[in-house]
Design a protein around this ligand. Sequence first.
Ligand SMILES: [Zn+2]
Length: 177
Amino acid sequence: MITKRISENQIEYNKNLIKKYPFLARGIYDYDTKEYEFTWLDDLEPGWRIAFGKNLCEDLAEALKQDGCEDSFQFLQIKEKYAELRLYYMGGGDATRECIHKYEELSKYICGHCGKLATKITSGWYYPLCDDCSKEVHSTFTDIANFYSFNSYDDIIAEVEHIKTNYKYGDYWQPLK
Ligand SMILES: [Zn+2]
């Protein structure tokens, strides 16, 4: 017998989500509801999912269409590393890469807990948090502008706006030294 860990509503929600965005499917299972227990979106930090989960899905669907890679694209792993989102995948072309990198870059400035603009990065284990969420975490912090070598917090706000509206992979790509 399979113990259901999530509600029927949640399964229905995930089912619709995967119907709309097939790349969110976690894999094929033998029994009928299991495959809808989780989607790849569940691996996003909660704040990131709130802030840009929907946009990521919409943009990625569009990018895959553009690249003609809707059937071959597959996520391999989604995680947080060094205070930013890492999306590992196979398949996809230039538009896909552009889209993936855009959201990895954006995540650096978004609170992983609530989705507001981050103001701090935790020390040791790097993680972006806003003022409110940082109060609930036992850590020391680095100011986010310092952490990313910006002059002021206004520059962070401008950077976030730039990524959202005018992101180009080429502007951020750096050759290995
Ligand atoms: Zn927060």
